[in-house]
Design a protein around this ligand. Sequence first.
Ligand code: 3PG
Length: 305
Amino acid sequence: MKVLVATDKPFASEAVQGIREVVEQAGHELALLEKYTEKAQLLHAVQTANAMIVRSDIVDAEVMESAPELQLVVRAGAGYDNIDLSAATQKNICVMNTPGQNANAVAELAFGLMVYAARNFFNGTSGNELRGKKLGIHAYGHVGQNVARIAKGFGMELYAFDPFLQANIIESDGLKPLNSENELYSTCQFISLHIPLTAQTNQSVNKKLLSKMPPKGVLINTARKEIIHEAELLNFMEERPDFKYLTDIKPDNHAEMAEKFPTRYVATPKKMGAQTEEANNNTGISAAKQIVEFFQTGKAQFRVN
Ligand code: 3PG
């Protein structure tokens, strides 16, 4: 079988080596398409692939049309909003993710951004500490849980809202579960976003919700840009000069945001949350092992369609 690693944002070379070993030791062939710039390159590369490992790379119906041998797509990571699940199901292509494998990397970056915000973007002025501040974790999945673990070391007061999780699970980790987004945003000075992108969450972080945040509110986004209502965020920031937004995913209105709020807005140049050697190893090698197991036994752990 031919396994294609198609990564616009490449894995660390050590991770590629690890993937290669898993794939080749099982008797399969590895093909690499890294840093591609045109969709046509992906359409060409998938023509002979039986399985694919991707990151945030778009795998839409057109990509699947070009891949007559494709049986399996593994998203080396958590969010699979980049994959057209219904097209995959229609074509009998199995889609999996590798939940939890890059969660610590993303959580650490969220804290990097939080410290940067609290210390006024390292501009030499007197900032604030995180200890004793209220942190709201918006969705308590793998990343949210890692954020909570790190936040305890900082001595923050922890709150979480997750409509898909029982309150006692959040409580048993020592956090206060809240019943609604509104409650979370009105309680916490710091909010860290960990909701997936779905039809329900699209543009759901809007002005109405953000307006509930206490003075010196800080919003940290290491999730997806689409969950933010970008026009309303910009408008909200104009009205609330105490509010800061730090994101790992550049919004569409980045230039305007950067120009208007140089001391309160920052976006990483490229999505960096999961971009560590450790996370690349964990996600890439898990994806490779899941593919090998699928071809050996038909088992489809972490199937999402
Ligand atoms: C994920 O969903 O796993 C993260 O957003 C990481 O995405 P990336 O693999 O494109 O860095």
